[in-house]
Design a protein around this ligand. Structure first.
Ligand SMILES: NC(=O)CCC(=O)C(=O)O
Length: 261
């Protein structure tokens, strides 16, 4: 089964949701020229890391972003791994990944588990606890957020339940571009899954971001990579390849989890 995915590597206006919805709308229109099945947006794309102003700009139950993505999904008949948003709920603000089908149904919301202290997330955000597994047209996928890729056991918790592709949404700084590329390739090889990783471009008052969104096959080969600037990165993924590679080197059968801890 072949699926076309596109990452919207957008520049994010700091603390300005109105501008960011406008930018996203334009990028979505442009991305649809290539007729993708799934569109991916970056982390915290409506606000950026303007965490000190979350009282003003966090999205109440993510409703504004959900409504925006539902309309786009139905208009273009495309599934969304809709990036993450600063989502104000009952217990505070979470960094929430939104999965919306082409029919406009919200099928999963994943709250980032590992909060990144270097960018003050622990001071302003609540950590989640549930996995990012979701199903699109009979395929089991996983969605995680940025710093989560440094935790191989968290990714393995998803692939050992059968996930065949890992979607990563990120605001990853250029200062650690080498980590970004190396970790994503490693997660693809060790889990024998596709990795579709959408980073942002541009800068905010504290960081220059790396761009370099990546689409990596289950053998660890990069099949598409963006540069530093705002861009749309597209590729076709072939989910049969996951089955073939898992058969050739059966790591999921060969694991010895009882000996690991
Ligand atoms: N937004 C993030 O989670 C950034 C993670 C990061 O930069 C890292 O090095 O890890």
């Amino acid at each position: 089964m072949k699926i076309k995915v596109s990452c919207l590597q957008m520049d994010i206006a700091f603390g300005d949701p109105v501008r960011n919805y406008q930018s996203a709308e334009k990028l979505i229109e442009k991305a649809m020229e290539k007729h993708p099945d799934i569109l991916v947006l970056p982390e915290l794309w409506t606000t950026g890391y303007d965490l000190t102003r979350l009282d003003e700009i966090a999205d109440q139950h993510a409703m504004q972003t959900i409504t925006f993505l539902q309309a786009a999904a139905k208009k273009h008949k495309v599934h969304f791994v809709g990036g993450s948003v600063a989502n104000r709920g009952e217990k505070g603000v979470s960094n929430t990944l939104l999965i919306i089908t082409k029919e406009g149904e919200v099928i999963h919301q994943y709250d980032k588990l590992h909060l990144f202290k270097l960018m003050d997330e622990h001071l302003f955000l609540e950590a989640g606890s549930k996995k990012g597994l979701f199903q699109v047209e009979d395929h089991l996928f996983a969605g995680v957020i940025c710093y989560d890729i440094r935790f191989p056991e968290w990714i393995r918790a998803h692939t050992s339940e059968g996930a065949v592709a890992l979607f990563v949404v990120a605001e990853w700084p250029a200062a650690r571009l080498q980590h970004w590329r190396t970790l994503l390739i490693a997660r693809a090889i060790e889990n024998q899954c596709y990795v579709i990783a959408c980073n942002r471009s541009g800068s905010d008052p504290n960081n220059q971001f790396a761009g370099h969104s990546l689409i990596i096959d289950p053998w660890g080969e990069i099949i598409a990579e963006a540069g530093e600037q705002e861009d749309i990165l597209s590729a076709e993924i072939n989910l049969e390849l996951v089955k073939e590679i898992r058969k050739q080197i059966p790591i999921f059968e060969d694991r010895k989890p009882n000996s690991y801890y």
